[in-house]
Write a protein that binds this ligand. Structure first.
Ligand SMILES: Nc1ncnc2c1ncn2[C@@H]1O[C@H](COP(=O)(O)OP(=O)(O)O)[C@@H](O)[C@H]1O
Ligand SMILES: [Mg+2]
Length: 310
């Protein structure tokens, strides 16, 4: 199997995120009534908001499998509707068979939405930018927390810590809930906060039953064309958008054994310490052991969460 770094499909309005290539998908090409979008998860990986030049072969397939399983669960839980229509690439009638094969397993046919420009982050444990903010201010995104928490401690309850959604190449910024309301509207943000926390709670419980801690996660929401209510879009609860820890090895007070990008971040931080990278684009080529270590962690996250379950 070879890596997929980018796609160039004969579909309209191609745009590239850090990981996904997105196209408009007219109804006549296999989209939902009125047209939708096709999201293709490539094998690109980003860290510190920089896309690495070395792909992680198969990562896009794993992300798609993980996301679609969660979308099914979220639908079952009845928390909020999602944008996923189908992962069946045989619907993509206007594409040559060969292209459909390349896309199989890594593509989602979705309802097209106006993207709400807020990253809806939920944290049940303290790490990452939340931990950094807490150490400086005792709060995260304006949410005051008890004194004396250690890195990776569980919070008394999950907290909603929104961030702005910035363009490729710039960093998202943590903001208070009130600021998110000023940007996207209070009624909408209240709905998105409640839905985000509810999905987090249920997903945390599910992950724990499979031996993983879902420490934190990020959701995106959108408003479908010609509809008032927001739905869950993008990807959900993958190692790209979440921290997953090994529950049996959880030990607050430092770095945790993780099934996500943290392994790559640690490698990159060592390069930075050695003066070999400055966290700016272009990213460094990744050595084979870092590629394989990362791929294995994504595979392990998938297998632990979803193998042998229905
Ligand atoms: N249903 C949808 N309709 C329109 N845009 C979407 C939909 N789902 C996801 N997107 C957008 O598609 C892009 C997905 O690509 P990705 O690589 O994840 O981007 P990013 O670099 O922003 O993380 C994101 O910009 C996301 O907001
Ligand atoms: Mg994304």
């Amino acid at each position: 199997m070879s890596a997929l770094s980018a796609t160039h499909l004969p579909l309209p309005n191609r745009r590239q995120g850090k990981v996904r290539d997105v196209y408009d998908l007219p109804e006549s090409d296999g989209g939902p009534p009125g047209g939708g979008v096709l999201l293709v998860a490539s094998d690109r990986i980003s860290a510190f908001d920089v896309i690495m030049p070395t792909p992680i072969t198969g990562k896009g397939r794993l992300l798609t499998q993980i996301s679609s399983r969660w979308f099914d669960l979220i639908k079952q839980w009845g928390v909020i509707a999602t944008h996923l229509v189908s992962t069946d690439t045989s619907r993509l009638s206007s594409l040559p068979l060969e292209q459909r094969d390349t896309l199989a397993g890594r593509s989602m046919i979705c309802r097209r939405c106006r993207v709400v420009p807020i990253e809806c982050v939920v944290r049940g444990y303290l790490d990452g930018s939340g931990w950094n903010e807490y150490r400086q201010t005792g709060a995260v995104c304006g949410v005051k927390l008890p004194a004396g928490l250690r890195r990776a401690d569980r919070l008394p309850q999950p907290i909603f810590t929104p961030a702005t959604k910035e363009a490729v190449g710039t960093h998202d910024e943590n903001i208070p809930f009130e600021r998110a309301c000023a940007i996207a509207g209070e009624r909408l943000m209240t709905r998105l906060r409640d839905a985000s926390i509810e999905i987090y709670r249920r997903a945390h419980e599910y992950a724990l039953s499979r031996g993983l801690i879902l420490a934190d996660t990020k959701f995106e929401f959108g408003i479908p064309d010609a509809e008032p209510d927001p739905i869950l879009i993008d990807e959900a609860l993958t190692p790209d958008s979440s921290r997953f820890w090994d529950a049996s090895r959880w030990s607050p007070g430092g770095e945790q054994a993780s099934f996500d990008k943290q392994f790559l971040r640690e490698y990159l931080n060592r390069l930075v310490d050695e003066g070999r990278w400055n966290k700016q684009a272009p990213g460094p080529e990744l050595p084979p052991d870092v590629v394989e270590g990362t791929r294995r962690r994504y595979q392990d996250a998938h297998d632990r969460l979803f193998s042998n379950s229905n």
